[in-house]
Structure formats: C-alpha cells, structure tokens
Ligand binder design. Structure first.
Ligand code: FAD
Length: 387
C-alpha cells in the first residue's frame, strides 16, 4: 500500500484522541440513535467541549486555527466507523465557513463561537421539494420590506441536521426575476416566528441523521440576517459556487474511508467464514474481487490526497473536485455491493457493519450535487457544448 504523506505526527495524535471520543461518546449509542432517527443533543456539546467542532475557525471565534487535515480526519473516522448520524462535518466545514468567509463582523461574533462550542447546531437549506439539482429554480423568497427587513416564505427539504438546527443558512430569492443573480443567503434562527420544522425524514441510510423538512411562513428577518449584509445581496449563488470544491471533496474523503473500512471488514470475514470446507477467502473469485476493489480504492486514495493538498494550497478547481466526488462515490457503492455479496446472507443483516455501510453509501451519489451534475461540470470545463 502507498504510504499517505499528507498527515504529520500531530494529526495522527489527533486521530487517536478523536477515536477515543468516538469510542466513548458516539459508538455505544449510535444504534439507539438510528432507531430514534436523531442523535442526542449532548453529543454536540460534548464535541464542542472537547474542541472537535469548527476546528479550522480562528481562535478568536472559538476554533483552534487548525488546518483542514483535522477535519479530514474526522470525516474519515466517522465514515470508517459507520457513525453517519453525526453531522459535525456539515456544521464545521460548510456552515461555519460561509459565515467566516462572507459574514459581517457582527454575524461572526454572534454565531461562530456558539457553533464552535456546540451551543448552536448549524444547517444549510438549499434544496426544495421542486428544486434540487436546479437551484436556480428555488421558489423561496425573501422580499425586502419598506422598513429594510425581509419577509421569508417557502419550504425546504432533505436538510441535514435540520431537526436539531438552531441556525440555518437559507437560500432564497431576493429578486425573483433575477434568476441566479437574484439569490441571497439568510441566517435564520430557531424560534423565529413563522419558522417551523417539518418531520424527520425516514431514509434508506444515514438513519441516525436528523434530515428534515423546514417551513418558512412569513418569517420577518431583520436586515442583519442577510449573510454578509447589503454587500452580499443577490450574490448568494456566487458564494455557493465558491464553496463547492471543499464541499464536494468532503464527500470523496468519506467515500474512500468508508470503502477501505468495508474492504477491511470483508477481508476479516472471508478469512473466518467456511464454505465447502475452506474459507470464503480461499476462493479465487473472492481473492480477485478483493484485489480489484483494493486496487481501485488505493488509486482513489492517492487522487483524493492530491486533491486535499491542492485544496489546502487553494488550487483545487470545481471540475477536479467534481471528478473526485463522482468517481469515489460510484466506487463506494460498487465496493459496498461486492462486500455485501461476499458476506452472503449476513451481508443483509443490519447488525453487520457492511450492511449499514451499503445503506449509507447510496446517498453519496445523490447529495452535494448528483453524480450526473458532476459530469455536467466536468464536461463544461472540457469545453464541450452545454445543455
Ligand atoms: C440524506 C440527504 C441529505 C441532504 N442534505 C441536504 C442539505 O443539508 N441541504 C440541502 O440543501 N440539500 C440537501 N440534500 C438534497 C440534495 O442535495 C439533493 O437531493 C440533490 O441535489 C438532488 O436534487 P433532487 O433530489 O431534487 O433531484 P433532482 O434534481 O430532481 O434529480 C433527479 C435526477 O435527475 C438528474 N438530473 C438533474 N439534472 C440533470 C441534468 N442537467 N442532466 C442530467 N441529469 C440530471 C439527477 O442527476 C437525478 O438523477 C440532501 C439529500 C439527501 C438525500
């Protein structure tokens, strides 16, 4: 196996401490959380108290000023262990960076320390019942009122961390006739009159994730709720586009980690399980299948590590990140399917990690931009004619 070179000793020490945290605070409860459909709220405050949230934020906002590799490690560890109900990644590396990058000083001071401590849980609400891939089609509106406030109306669906969320970045049209150029981002707090949570959605996988619907019925937002203030009005789409490389790479990182873990589980299983007097792993089909999967996952790991390096050097472009997202999540689904097969009937039983990993994998090809949309992005960068 090719040695990974992106991490230093401090990162590996951190990996150990995060593993201990998962062993104590997450793993023993995750199955119960899958059954209830959401994680315990304390797992957020405990993560905050241990410095595991928003690590890449500057210290003045409650972070550690850490490089992104610490967050990479969290994605890898949670997905390798199948602890997919935990939404730290989206909270720390999607929601908080929007506020850090585009927010006013006032917004940064108001929200970032609370996100870092786990006092507030963050979500981002782009998708709507009739607008997912085609975000320009969002129907939610936030229309400016004579007193400078905005009136938010609309509904969102499939929102990760949505049921627990205290702070939601909401994508809404401020100029409905302006298309992409009429879209803005708003910071909407739990408890604002007219903001209601819908039901937690029952899903094929990520069963402990509190993915929810959100409803906004005449929510009156003060002017200060516009992310970035007046300067960012109608610039929401630009902000969304700028953040895509890192968001897509997060999915690729978790896809490779989950795939490697499934291969490791399967290798252990096929060594033990006897059929026709010898281990499943002794059959050529098993050995060659695993050799092929391991080869592809190794290739994927090297590619993703290179993308991480590029990201940290601020050189990762959206097309390359889209390649990583689509190719590794397709690979993840293929790995899970083959690993389930090699487990026989036990691969269909929920108590087996490979079964859960199979269920959790499927959405990786869908969210963060579907893999078809990733191919659209790649073809555009190749100069091919568009739709
Ligand atoms: C578990 C989960 C968590 C999620 N978390 C969030 C979240 O936190 N925040 C959020 O805003 N959203 C979230 N989403 C929504 C997710 O991003 C969308 O589901 C996704 O972008 C696809 O949109 P859609 O479901 O409307 O599918 P559609 O856009 O209706 O797509 C249907 C099919 O058409 C294909 N298609 C669409 N356009 C094209 C095209 N131009 N060319 C070729 N094929 C095309 C798609 O690839 C897909 O196969 C989540 C979804 C899930 C399932």
């Amino acid at each position: 196996m090719i040695e990974r070179t992106i991490f230093g000793p401090d990162h590996e020490a951190f990996r150990d401490s995060f593993r201990r945290f998962m062993d104590k605070e997450i793993a023993p409860f995750h199955e119960a959380w899958e059954e209830q459909g959401y994680v315990a709220r304390e797992v957020w405050s405990k993560a905050g108290a241990n410095g595991f949230l928003c690590m890449s934020l500057p210290e003045e906002y409650g972070g550690s000023g850490a490089d992104l590799l610490y967050s990479v490690i969290q994605f890898e560890e949670l997905w390798a262990r199948g602890l997919t109900g935990i939404g730290y990644g989206l909270h720390s590396e999607i929601v908080a960076p929007y506020i850090l990058r585009y927010g006013t000083d006032e917004q940064k001071k108001r929200y970032l320390p609370k996100l870092a401590s786990g006092e507030m849980i963050g979500a981002i609400a782009m998708s709507e019942p009739a607008a997912g891939s085609d975000l320009q089609a969002v129907r939610s509106t936030a229309l400016k009122q004579p007193d400078g406030s905005y009136l938010l109306n609309g509904s969102k669906t499939f929102i990760t961390n949505g049921w627990h969320a205290d702070l939601v970045i909401v994508v809404a049209k401020t100029d409905p006739a302006g298309g992409a150029k009429g879209t803005s981002l708003f910071l909407v707090e739990r408890g604002m009159p007219g903001f209601e949570k819908g039901k937690r959605l029952k899903k094929l996988g990520l069963k402990a994730q509190d993915t929810s619907e959100l409803f906004f019925d005449g929510v009156r937002l003060p002017a200060e709720a516009l992310l970035g203030g007046a300067a960012q009005e109608n610039r929401g789409f630009v902000c969304l586009m700028e953040q895509l490389p890192w968001e897509r790479l997060q999915i690729a990182i978790s896809a490779v980690a989950a795939s490697q873990a499934a291969i490791d589980h399967t290798v252990a299983y096929v060594k033990e399980r006897q059929v026709f007097g010898k281990p499943v792993g002794a059959y050529q089909n098993t050995r060659y299948t695993l050799a092929e999967l391991q080869t592809e996952v190794q290739v994927a790991q090297v590619f993703v590590d290179k993308c991480i390096e590029l990201l940290m050097a601020e050189k990762l472009d959206t097309a390359t990140a889209s390649m990583a997202k689509y190719w590794t999540s397709d690979l993840q689904c293929k790995v899970m399917d083959e690993c389930v097969q090699l487990h026989g009937g036990y691969g269909f039983m929920w108590e087996y990690p490979v079964t859960r990993a199979y269920a959790d994998a499927r959405v990786q090809r869908i969210y963060g931009g579907t893999n078809e949309i990733m191919k659209e992005v790649i073809t555009r960068a190749m100069g091919l004619p568009g739709r």
